[in-house]
Design a binder for this molecule. Structure first.
Ligand code: ZN
Ligand code: ZN
Length: 219
């Protein structure tokens, strides 16, 4: 099983066009900062800039009132995912109030990891079926040059299938009503300075490429 892990790669400049969490969003001209449609009505916090094959995924979550605004629910209005075209992106003006930016900008490098589930000690038939992302993430500590226990360096993954997510939680596209395609996992971050608050959960990014719609939820 192959998984494209996203690995923490130090800091990045806030408006760079590299894969990153934090910093300032890059968007087409005329884009305005998304506001929370759940309870608070404030600006969402920018989480991640993820270049993908047909554009850039841009992920926002409400952090103005964690616990009140349901950022974990794709239909709450407390999160937004955009699939922007690749060209013509520019930094977006940041609202002056509200929780809008992460404290630091973290660069992401991708690494394809191949994990053979038969190498794992899953000889107990009662165990859950091995999950590609789970195996790759926990396997990260076994990379030859890495020391033990570096899972916090894993900031998520691109493509593949959603880790341990029930089928009935797969979001429908708000435009065409089709089931959206899984695009990425997002972890909170490597440290408290860099972290997005996901309530300790794993984040899932979905996309409808035809409609250029996106969705976010946590497990
Ligand atoms: Zn809110
Ligand atoms: Zn659609």
């Amino acid at each position: 099983m192959q998984t494209t892990l996203m690995i923490y790669d130090g800091t990045a400049s806030a408006d760079s066009d590299v894969p990153r969490t934090g910093g300032v969003p890059l968007a087409p001209a005329g884009f305005t900062w998304p506001m929370c449609g759940c309870f608070c009505g404030g600006p969402l916090q920018f989480f991640a800039h993820l270049p993908v094959e047909d554009g850039v995924l841009s992920v926002f979550l409400c952090q103005n009132d964690p616990g009140a605004c349901e950022f974990w629910d794709e239909s709450s209005g407390a999160n937004r995912v955009y699939l922007f075209p690749r060209e013509g992106l520019q930094p977006v003006a940041v609202p002056e109030t509200g929780v809008t930016l992460l404290p630091t900008t973290s660069a992401i490098r991708t690494q394809v990891v191949t994990v053979d589930p038969e190498d794992d000690d899953h000889d107990d038939d009662d165990e859950l079926v091995p999950d590609a992302y789970d195996l790759a993430r926990s396997g990260w500590k076994r990379e030859p040059e890495e020391r033990f226990g570096k899972q916090r360096e894993v900031l998520g993954s691109l493509g593949g299938s959603p880790s341990y997510l029930e089928d009935d939680r797969l979001p429908a596209c708000p435009s065409c009503a089709g089931t959206m395609e899984f695009a990425a996992h997002l972890e909170e971050g490597i440290s408290w300075q860099t972290a997005m608050n996901l309530g300790g959960q794993l984040g899932y990014v979905f996309v409808c490429r035809a409609c250029r719609e996106g969705a976010f939820l946590t497990d």
